[in-house]
Design a protein around this ligand. Structure first.
Ligand code: HAM
Length: 421
């Protein structure tokens, strides 16, 4: 295969000024999730394959078609994380979770799925996610959703919709599956090949098939809430009433089941019209996962949001960040002997509390060439030191916007920057 400098399909290089948008999103997440008592957790980007297969489920699209799995030199099967929850549960179990404890963590970083690349669908994408591990309490589910809504508010993403449903308990599965099978069996011939297989292997998956012909059938399928037991219904009612109390708007989505097998009870998705076909801004819910090496499952609730999609939603609302210049200040040095003092001046500005981006001439080129560089970098302020300024202990300070230029004592350069920045 010919090599190319292009990144692989579904991956990208991220440059300024977009990086600034990413950093701002991450900062907002840290602020909002921190306010709810969540602490940051960084788990490895690859794990033993079974960490994902066992929790996500081997009948899911993610496990069957999308994982980047490879063998290491010792012949162990490893996988690049396709999502964050499985690794978080492994890490929490490894750190020890006592009965009744609640561990609240958030995470952010790259995830990998070998999907067909499209707008909003990447092979390396980035999630910000949270997990509240421990108690099975519907109020935590509601608070988790409210927290995401607050996060969207803080980053200016308006117009999203929270879609909510229940999957009931594991104990409901037999009854749910039987009812769904009874509904789908006579219609299976009109459905896609995957669904025909799912009828036997994982009938719940038929509810979230993206195929158009299948979707036309799914709209008449039984509602999950009508198939689950009283306990599940009561749990869901509590989530809804907590959301009402917290003032969160949501819509019931009676056939939403989500594409990962670990969910029980609450499932939700947040959609945004600015995203196009891949309209899920975030997805999450309550789950029950048996951590590797354990025999007892762990309860938790959480969600993950795609950073690329958050930025697409922001862009659709005209909120993309404006380009940041590569430098705010350029230090011009005229003549070879002034290069070192110019660099020293730049250092002084960088070490100050001004927070300015500073570039300085390194080779003593002509004034014209240096001013061209200052312009190209977008510098608003230019400090000029030639041999005569050095001898007089002065600096010429130029405001590029107003073209005003003054000579100040070297010791006053920072003060001039402070008033002009
Ligand atoms: P998920 O629905 O698979 O859930 O992914 C969550 C979000 O990640 C999606 O709503 C979307 O914004 C983003 N996303 C997923 N795949 C891609 C892709 N190929 N390209 C771009 N963005 C993508 C989970 O991953 C669960 N772990 C969420 C969770 C946490 N449930 C409980 N806790």
């Amino acid at each position: 295969m010919a090599s190319s400098s292009e990144p692989l399909p579904g991956t990208s290089d991220l440059w300024e000024p977009e990086v600034g948008d990413w950093v701002a999103l991450e900062a907002a997440a840290r602020r909002v999730f921190g306010a709810y008592g969540y602490g940051e957790l960084r788990t490895p980007i690859f794990e033993r394959t079974d960490v994902f297969v066992r929790s996500i489920g081997d009948e899911t699209e993610v496990v069957q078609k999308e994982m980047y799995t490879f063998e290491d030199r010792g012949g162990r099967s490893l996988t690049l994380r396709p999502e964050g929850t499985a690794g978080v549960i492994r890490a929490v179990a490894n750190s020890g979770l006592n009965q009744g404890d609640e561990k609240r963590v958030f995470y952010m970083g790259p995830m990998f799925r070998g999907e067909r690349p499209a707008a909003g669908r990447r092979r390396q994408f980035h999630q910000i996610g949270v997990e509240a591990v421990g108690p099975r309490d519907p109020v935590i589910d509601a608070e988790c959703i409210a927290m995401f809504v607050q996060f969207l508010d803080e980053i200016g993403v308006t117009g999203s919709r929270v879609m909510l449903n229940t999957r009931g308990l594991g104990e409901d599965r037999a009854q749910v599956n039987a009812a769904l099978r009874a509904f789908f069996a006579p219609r299976a011939a009109e459905m896609c090949e995957d669904c025909q297989r799912r009828l036997d292997t994982n009938v719940l998956r038929m509810l979230d098939c993206k195929n158009e012909a299948c979707q036309a059938i799914v709209v008449d399928a039984p509602k999950m809430i009508d198939l689950v037991c009283d306990e599940s219904r009561a749990f869901f009612a509590s989530v809804c009433s907590s959301l009402d109390q917290l003032g969160v708007d949501y819509e019931l989505a009676p056939r939403l089941v989500r594409g990962l097998d670990y969910y029980i009870h609450t499932v939700f998705e947040v959609t945004h019209s600015g995203l196009g076909a891949q309209d899920a801004l975030a997805g999450g819910g309550r789950y029950l996962i048996v951590p590797p090496g354990a025999n007892k499952p762990v309860d938790g609730v959480g969600f993950a949001t795609g950073m690329e999609r958050l930025l697409m939603a922001r862009q659709s609302l005209g909120l993309a960040q404006t380009a940041r210049p590569e430098a705010d200040v350029y230090v011009v040095s005229l003549g070879e002997t002034s290069v070192a003092p110019g660099l020293a001046l730049a250092q002084e500005i960088r070490r100050s509390d001004l927070g300015l981006r500073v570039r300085a001439e390194t080779s003593g080129r002509s004034m014209k060439a240096q001013m061209r560089t200052a312009n190209r970098l977008g510098a608003r302020l230019v400090l000029i030191q030639g041999e005569s300024e050095l001898a007089a202990g002065e600096v010429v300070c130029k405001n590029m916007a107003s073209s005003e230029q003054v000579s100040v004592p070297r010791a006053g350069a920072l003060a001039w920057l402070r008033t002009n920045a």
